[in-house]
Write a new protein. Structure first.
Length: 121
C-alpha cells in the first residue's frame, strides 16, 4: 500500500522561510564575487534561480563569465573565495553559441542589478 504524503501549509511556510534565509546568505556573496570579477576586468552575471527570483532551499548560484581564456582559473578562484562553502556553478561565454547565450542571458543580473533586486524585495 503506497504511503501518501501531503505538504501542509506549515511545511510550505517553512520551505519558503528557509529559501529566503538561504537567498539572504547567497545574495551578498554573489554581489561580492561579481564586483571582484568586474575589478579584474571581466564581464560577469548571475543567472538561474537567484537572477530569476525563484531561489529555493536547494538552489546554488549560477555564474556566467566573459573573460580571456587564460583568466578562467583566476575567475574560478575568485568566485570560490567570495562564495566560501556556498555552492555555485560557473560557465564561460565562450562555451556557448550565440543563440544559446541569448537564452542564458534572459534573466541575467550583474552586481548592480542584483543589489537593486535585494533592495526592492
Amino acid at each position: 500500500m503506497p504511503v501518501e504524503f501531503h505538504i501542509t501549509a506549515e511545511m510550505d511556510d517553512d520551505f519558503r522561510r528557509r529559501a529566503t534565509v538561504r537567498e539572504d546568505a547567497a545574495r551578498p556573496k554573489a554581489v561580492a564575487a561579481l564586483r571582484a570579477l568586474e575589478k579584474m576586468g571581466c564581464r560577469a552575471w548571475v543567472v538561474g534561480s537567484l537572477a530569476a527570483g525563484t531561489f529555493t532551499v536547494e538552489s546554488d548560484v549560477d555564474y556566467i563569465v566573459d573573460c580571456e581564456r587564460n583568466r578562467e582559473h583566476d575567475v574560478f578562484l575568485t568566485i570560490e573565495e567570495k562564495m566560501g562553502d556556498f555552492p555555485f556553478d560557473l560557465v564561460f561565454c565562450r562555451w556557448f553559441e550565440e543563440d544559446a547565450m541569448a537564452v542564458l542571458m534572459e534573466n541575467a543580473k550583474n552586481a548592480s542589478e542584483l543589489v537593486k533586486c535585494e533592495t526592492s524585495s
